[in-house]
Ligand binder design. Sequence first.
Ligand SMILES: [Zn+2]
Length: 201
Amino acid sequence: MKIQHIHGLAPLYTNTFLIITDAGHGILVDAAAAPQTYLDALKTQGAQLTHILLTHGHYDHVGAVAELRKATGCKVYMDPVDAVGSQMQPLTKELVDEPWPANGELKIDELTFKIYHTPGHTPGSVCLVCGNCMFSGDTLFAGSCGRTDLPGGSMVQMQQSLSLLAALPLPDDVNVLPGHEAFSTLGRERRSNPYLNGAWF
Ligand SMILES: [Zn+2]
């Protein structure tokens, strides 16, 4: 497995990630930027896009989904509750091929993604754990957490979701790869993030 960080466009600079399996299949975690950015990255890696995994439905994480799906026939996974068809959450249910598996595990080639439902930023937010990486979307940021004041947001749910993440049986050296800004590790967040270490509660 290879993983490449692809910076989104100004002004939001959403982090997205391209994962390439040993078989050369491309998996995007969020798809925010212009579709061509991703198609170019896939071409450079010699990979074929097969899956888009969406941490949530906000426009700055899904902007390239419709065109990429049309161009490649890839499957799109998201919690359908975030497919609202609004300006803020533009995807409609027709553009989401699969909800997350009920058993919380998605297997793609040699990889297993563990799916943790973490509502609070949006009702359909998830965090994905694959190997030593946690893709935390807009739920957990380095030193902070996502906002809860947008439509569908809930501070109570965010607190529950962050408690769940803090207590996961994962080692401290798991990389935390959020939807915006800096990367971190789970250990650093457990120790110093006031939203995760109990200071907030
Ligand atoms: Zn968001």
